[in-house]
Design a protein. Sequence first.
Length: 174
Amino acid sequence: MNIILMGYRCTGKSSVGMMLADMLRVPFYDTDEMIQQHTGRTVVEIVRAGGWPAFRAAEKEIVRGLSGVNGSVIALGGGTPLDRESTGILKKNGFFIWLSADPETIVRRIEGGRDGDDQRPPLSNGEAGEETGRMLRERMPVYRSLADLTIETEERTVDQIAEQIRAHLKNDMR
């Protein structure tokens, strides 16, 4: 089984995923990183050239490639769960964990982020707080419906979150 981390941008999917994979001694896959490696372009470059549909098509291709993976930690892009085909592929062999944070925390992380606009292009032309609130309202029901476990990430370190997941998985496997 794979551990699938999902959630809105800046909720810790990549950071927690790397740490959790290291703790569990399993491979780690970050779909956004894989898209960039596969296309040779940043997310912003892909979106500028072909719009979000081009990015989603590349994302779907990467997810299809991960369908044969087992025993790994996979961090999904924030919008991946909106695609039923992609989630259907991953749900067959995946335990979905929703990393959640309130909109204010997410906006603070986006604005203070080290990845910059090359990694996190705007999803619309709106202001960050407005966009985040709107996108969370749209995505939360999807995240909620897929989640086997939900973890709030506010005021917690990457270590604490990864350890909570590890402990849950250990207890769940008994």
